[in-house]
Design a protein around this ligand. Structure first.
Ligand SMILES: Cc1cc2nc3c(=O)[nH]c(=O)nc-3n(C[C@H](O)[C@H](O)[C@H](O)COP(=O)(O)OP(=O)(O)OC[C@H]3O[C@@H](n4cnc5c(N)ncnc54)[C@H](O)[C@@H]3O)c2cc1C
Length: 275
């Protein structure tokens, strides 16, 4: 359908052609590895840095800088987080285990599934929070959102010991995770205070990721061309007539759920109507 629309509008599509340089005089000169083209306007839609093996490049950011357009520092987002060696030893043999959590960092939180991987944590809750997480900061994970775990043993007549706590936790968490949690965190005594501390820990497990899986695995790139530099209506640079930036190269990062595609299409449409 897109190709048909392009044909109808007289668009020529050049495949396997890399834009290498853009110069501005009275209009724009675009040099590629194949040929050079003159044009009155240029729309930069070169995307972010994610998945370099699919053709991601820095070109759009470099063009922005060349024309004095502000660019916010880029970083991988919607990306799995990695754990340091100690936490990897504790948890990563549970790779494949997933559970619903609330993951929180920097004043943002997401209630979705978390997945333990062989290098750290992933799943929608972790991908979402990775867009807000800053290196060196903790991510707080509520493993039992909206429900109680071992605190139910407080004041009960059941034996207060690791077996009853584990049995209870197994009804709330995947069995392997419940068992590992009790292995690592069972208190020395089983007073009400100890049970409450254990409960609080389950609701606020503080993990300090060692990093992210990087652009190789990131679904998007946070940062990019400053939106204040662009007309919100047309995406044209306020200070550089005829130069437009659309899509992921712009500093707009959506949550999971199709919002990044939507932004790319909507901003491309706005520029298309304007040019
Ligand atoms: C694995 C993965 C899964 C994703 N899943 C979703 C999802 O479910 N929902 C969602 O909303 N978003 C998703 N995204 C994000 C979404 O794909 C991007 O936000 C969107 O494609 C950005 O569109 P764009 O047109 O700005 O850039 P892109 O789609 O990245 O296109 C940019 C193009 O420019 C080309 N290019 C770069 N430099 C040059 C150059 N110098 N010369 C010529 N060409 C060049 C690149 O090769 C690329 O083909 C996902 C991304 C990844 C990587």
């Amino acid at each position: 359908m897109l190709e048909e629309e392009c044909r109808a509008a007289g668009v020529r599509i050049f495949l396997n052609t890399r834009v290498q340089e853009i110069q501005r005089d009275s209009g724009y000169l675009i040099r590629t590895n194949e040929a050079a083209f003159g044009a009155p306007v240029v729309v930069i839609a070169t995307g972010g840095l994610s998945i370099p093996k699919m053709g991601a490049t820095r070109f759009g950011y470099d063009v922005a800088k060349q024309f004095g357009v502000r660019v916010h520092e880029c970083r991988p987002a919607l990306v799995p987080l990695t754990l340091g060696a100690a936490d990897r030893d504790r948890y990563c043999d549970l790779s494949g285990v997933s559970t619903e959590v609330v993951a929180a960092s920097n004043g943002h939180s997401f209630r979705e599934k978390m997945l333990i991987t062989h290098r750290g944590l992933s799943g929608p809750a972790i991908l979402q929070i990775s867009s807000y997480w800053q290196a060196g900061e903790p991510v707080s994970i509520d493993l039992l959102p909206g429900t109680q775990g071992v605190a139910a043993l407080c004041g009960s007549n059941t034996n207060r010991d690791i077996n009853s706590a584990r049995s209870l936790l197994r009804t709330r968490l995947p069995i392997r995770l419940a068992d590992r949690w009790m292995e690592l965190n069972a208190p020395g005594r089983w007073t009400n205070r100890d049970l409450i501390a254990l409960e609080e820990h389950l609701h606020a497990w503080k993990v300090v990721p060692s990093g992210t899986e990087g652009y190789e695995k990131a679904e998007v790139t946070a940062g990019g061309v400053d939106t204040d530099e662009l007309s919100a209506k047309t995406m044209e640079c306020r200070r550089v007539p005829g130069l437009y930036f659309v899509g992921e190269v712009v500093d707009v990062t959506g949550h999971l759920g199709g919002f990044n595609f939507q932004w790319a299409w909507a901003s491309g449409f706005s520029a298309g109507v304007a040019v």
